[in-house]
Design a binder for this molecule. Structure first.
Ligand SMILES: Nc1ncnc2c1ncn2[C@@H]1O[C@H](COP(=O)(O)OP(=O)(O)OP(=O)(O)O)[C@@H](O)[C@H]1O
Ligand SMILES: [Mg+2]
Length: 291
């Protein structure tokens, strides 16, 4: 069976256990081929409206098209990612049921298309998050839920809500990396530094392996001097700025309203190309950080 590196070094359609999968690979002389388990990338910023959900939606579609088995996780009671996937989170189980311990993660998954699944949310997730407050080991509830389906996916992308509630902390506790979309505004610099401090705290107390994939400028317009000045200030402050920027386009909102990714809705859009570049950055990160 031929190996396809684009599928996390796992052949397409191969659902065997890791041990069974490894047998033929170890037999290849001189080749030690690893089969990584699921990696988890949180998309987070405590500021609202910075493109977290749009970024999760695009990356999910693009990385699945690239051959990875991707799980989108809507960890936001606003359920915007769920809607952007054309799914009704109120119909059937959703992440609120998992957080409350009523059902397993596997029971709520919806396959959007081959290689791309969604753990949907609904407004009930807000109540489930409140319930976590008195739960022992509350920071690890999401991590355990993800681990229970880790064999089925190469990558989980977690969309988080604005603010630093227990769900966001739980997402950071569960993640191998965090991607931080941000609008290029001067006032965001201090907020960003505070958010990175939170990431440091989570790393120190809950998740030593948490990496910062980078800060992703969104709604970026290079013609606006205050935008380029904001990026220069972030660089000067030593913040981990990605070189990819996402510009503004109304097509993103239209695509999300239609339950589609931008790549599906308007593949020739320059921002679809920018997101493809971002998917390349994520792919490089995945491949340079094997489990
Ligand atoms: N690059 C973009 N250009 C124009 N509009 C965008 C862009 N990215 C996202 N949007 C739109 O801006 C709004 C906010 O984006 P999005 O929902 O992705 O932000 P968010 O950070 O997830 O917000 P929240 O903090 O409320 O969860 C949405 O209507 C979305 O369709
Ligand atoms: Mg959102």
């Amino acid at each position: 069976m031929a190996l396809d590196p684009a599928r996390n070094l796992r052949p397409a359609g191969d659902d065997r256990t890791p041990a069974a999968r490894c047998a033929p690979c170890i037999a290849t002389p001189g080749a030690l081929i690893m089969f990584p388990t699921m990696r988890t990338l949180a998309i987070a910023n405590h500021k609202g409206g910075v493109g977290k959900t749009a970024t999760a939606r695009e990356l999910g579609g693009l990385l699945a098209s690239g051959g990875r088995r991707v799980l989108l996780v809507d960890a936001d009671p606003q359920a915007a990612l769920t809607a952007a996937c054309g799914v009704d989170g109120e119909a059937g189980g959703n992440l609120a049921d998992v957080i409350r311990g009523a059902v397993d993660m596997a029971a709520i998954l919806r396959e959007l298309r081959p290689g791309l699944s969604l753990a949907p949310a609904s407004m009930a997730l807000a109540g489930a998050e409140l319930g976590l407050a008195t739960h022992r080991g509350r920071e690890n509830v999401l991590r355990r839920a993800l681990a229970s389906v880790g064999e089925r996916f190469g990558l989980a992308l977690l969309d988080t809500h604005p603010g630093l509630g227990l769900l966001t902390v739980g997402a950071l506790a569960a993640a191998d990396g965090v991607l931080i979309p941000t609008q290029p505004q001067g006032a965001d610099l201090r907020a960003l530094a505070l958010f990175l401090q939170t990431v440091d705290n989570v790393r120190a107390e809950l998740n030593p392996g948490l990496a910062v994939l980078g800060i992703l400028p969104t709604f970026y317009d290079r013609r606006l001097t205050h935008h380029s000045a904001a990026l220069a200030a972030m660089r000067a402050a030593g913040l981990p700025l990605l070189s990819v920027t996402i510009g503004r386009t109304v097509r993103i909102a239209e695509a999300m309203a239609a339950g589609l990714s931008l790549a599906e809705y308007d593949p020739g859009n320059p921002q679809a190309a920018a997101y493809r570049e971002l998917a390349g950055v994520v792919t490089t990160w995945l491949e340079s950080n094997p489990t």
